[in-house]
Design a protein around this ligand. Sequence first.
Ligand code: CP3
Length: 353
Amino acid sequence: MNVTPRPILKPFLRTLAGEASERPPVWLMRQAGRYLPEYRATRAEAGSFLDLCYNPALAAEVTLQPIRRYGFDAAILFADILLIPHALGQELAFREGEGPVLGAIRTEGELVKLRLEGLHQRLAPVYEAVSRIKAALPAETALIGFAGAPWTVATYMLEGRGGNEQAAAKTWAFGNPAGLDRLISLLVEATCAYLDQQVRAGAEVVQLFDTWAGVLPDEQFQRYCVLPVKMIVNRLKALHPDLKIIAFPRGAGLHLDGYAAATGVDALGLDYTMPLAWARDHLWSRGITVQGNLDPRLLLVGGPQMAQAVQRLLRHFAGRNYIFNLGHGILPETPPQHVEQLMQLLRGATRMA
Ligand code: CP3
């Protein structure tokens, strides 16, 4: 049989396949969120943040809101990295102004309370949201599924909340590495199963968020950040050979190029501290796609300061396989007009080309 490969039509997917473009595709981490009045209205309708995550119709609606407003090249599923601990049986609540609060795990013995059984039943509304989003997206817009990387998810599970440099998980990493291995292995299983289902439901790309990758010394970074992500990448690629995987190991700094080589991800999200010249010299030589890294606070400031930084990014990455994004999530107090201004700057790049 003579099979001609189908051309990839979505700009975001072409860039992830290694193609350079004049106008970089763009999406923004936390593009659906509190800075948008329509998001705040839908969350109020849902009742709470978690009710919103588990309501397929409303989760699909908030995923699509920023696509309608700005025409981003990719939509990211609306959910949270902490739905996995919740589905494994850990208590979870999001408190206004306080962030997530989990029923903290204090001892290794308490890990037996976490169960993989029933995972898909509890996460079924998320898969349903993925199908609904996929059906509603414009033909040129790609759909990103996501999960937290095991280390970052473990830090919240052991700390019970954010902040504090994730001290509890680091204490396990040094004091009870075998116990932490046990939790990380469980999270690798859960994450593979969860992302596999997201892909089956229609996600074309997945991103792994490792927000706390930057707090570990080298040896522990290899064991808890690199190895688990490598296992997830291998498993998902065996199941879905065409799937593209992006990792965002925030704060990984000089570890990044070794991380790219060892994990086999297709693209790396750069946080806003990474020098662009370093990325050019160390990452493109590996053929990897780079995503990032405008400081979200510059988007909040807007105006000429933001415009200058955007132009600098565009100049630096011109003619390369580059995805425009922020170096971390949009800040809730960002004026939506600044995102409009950003999109005009990025679209202007087409007209100039
Ligand atoms: O638009 C998108 O990017 C998709 C949805 C998304 C959310 N969280 C929704 C959300 C994604 C991809 C995440 C990832 C996530 N969640 C991460 C990794 C990325 C990062 O920001 O570092 C982390 C660490 C979490 C855990 C989490 N969720 C925290 C610590 C908090 C509280 C802090 C905060 O930003 O409010 C959340 C809440 C959360 N997740 C909100 C949203 C829109 C705000 C909740 C609200 O509406 O009140």
